[in-house]
Write a protein that binds this ligand. Structure first.
Ligand code: SF4
Length: 342
């Protein structure tokens, strides 16, 4: 029988929670086998024209040294020094059209020419013309999170533009050749279970290929810095529910899970049905001021990511995410998935 999301599964704990996560993990196993997509993230600019209350890179935060990376340094890193397990790169920035045009677009072009990496971008709500330029340069996956399905909460936390506008961009991107991944934050102050359930329902309705769930982390130098953090157990339950609703989706284990649950959150994400891991390759000088949550970020470097994957009995996928979105899984992986799920 098809699974439908319910409040009980959001709040479940103990043995029933373990059973929910195991069911989600088996669902992922039946599709993807014991493979996890491994991408690199590279953060290229911490300039941002937006003012989200939950993010340290908001424009009103003047305690941050703003900087943009240099194309040549990033190209050298990604072409010649990326970890062998990496099949995809996600190029990320604050909402900074200058960086999108002057750094990201040439970098995408260079990577398309010099590598077979799948290329995702996570650059915020931009002009349609910039999306087209990035696609023409060779990017194929756009990550645009809707953060919350509640339009009042969306305005309250000063997320970019309006929720309706954000959703229009997600739909436009999907209708214009992009594979789109989105996501929401679990545990915003005052967020009830029905709002969380609505987040899941909205993600399920949108034309997406994947979605993340991040626990709310009260960021340094933000208006929400003294708020209580989101609950990791509830976040993991949201991930498991998404997996049960969308067996084919790519659902990342996000590094914020580790912030909320020192070092172990990532592995628990994989145990709750996640099938993607991200190695942070941002050069350290830029990373210091790329403060989405806190300055003392728990950085998922190559060693931590590969250890977490191995410890859960998985191995890195050799197929890129972009290729999976384009062509589906190779027959061999499908056969292995059937065997490993038995
Ligand atoms: S969440 Fe994104 S758009 Fe909002 S302030 Fe942070 S970097 Fe800017």
């Amino acid at each position: 029988m098809a699974y439908s999301a319910k409040v009980d599964d959001l709040t479940v704990r103990g043995a029933k929670q373990t059973a929910l996560h195991e069911r989600a993990a088996v669902t992922a196993l039946q599709i993807f086998g014991r493979k996890v997509f491994v991408r690199a993230v590279i953060e290229v600019s911490n300039f941002c024209r937006e003012n989200c209350c939950y993010c340290g890179m908001r424009r009103d935060n003047h305690n941050l040294a703003r900087a943009r990376a240099h194309h040549d340094e990033l190209a050298e890193l990604l072409i010649h020094h990326r970890p062998a397990a990496v099949t995809d790169v996600n190029i990320q920035a604050g909402e900074d059209p200058v960086a999108a045009r002057e750094i990201v677009r040439p970098l995408v072009r260079t990577l398309r020419r010099e590598t077979n990496l799948g290329i995702s971008v996570c650059l915020g709500t931009l002009d349609y013309a910039i999306y087209e330029d990035l696609k023409a340069a060779g990017a194929s996956i756009y990550i645009l999170k809707f953060e919350t399905a509640d339009s009042h909460k969306y305005d309250q936390v000063q997320a970019p533009g309006s929720l309706a506008e954000r959703l229009n961009h997600i739909r436009w991107l999907s209708a214009n050749g992009w594979k789109v991944s989105s996501g929401f934050i679990a545990g915003f102050p005052g967020q009830g279970e029905s709002e969380l359930l609505n987040n899941i329902r909205l993600a399920n309705e949108l034309p997406l290929h994947g979605s993340s769930v991040s626990p709310f982390v009260p960021g340094n130098d933000t208006p929400l810095s003294t708020a209580a953090p989101g609950n990791v157990e509830t976040t993991l339950n949201c991930m498991a529910i998404l997996r049960l609703l969308r067996p084919n989706w790519v659902i990342p284990a996000v590094s914020a899970l580790n912030l909320a649950q020192a070092g172990n959150g990532y592995r628990r994400g994989l145990r709750a049905g996640a099938n993607m891991a991200t190695i942070n390759l941002t050069p350290p000088d830029l990373r210091r001021d790329y403060v989405i949550y806190k300055r003392d970020r728990f950085i998922m470097d190559e060693e931590r990511v590969l250890s977490a994957i191995a410890a859960e009995g998985f191995s890195p996928s050799r197929q890129s995410l972009a290729d999976f979105y384009r062509n589906g899984l190779p027959g061999k992986v499908r056969e292995e998935a059937v065997l490993s799920a038995r």
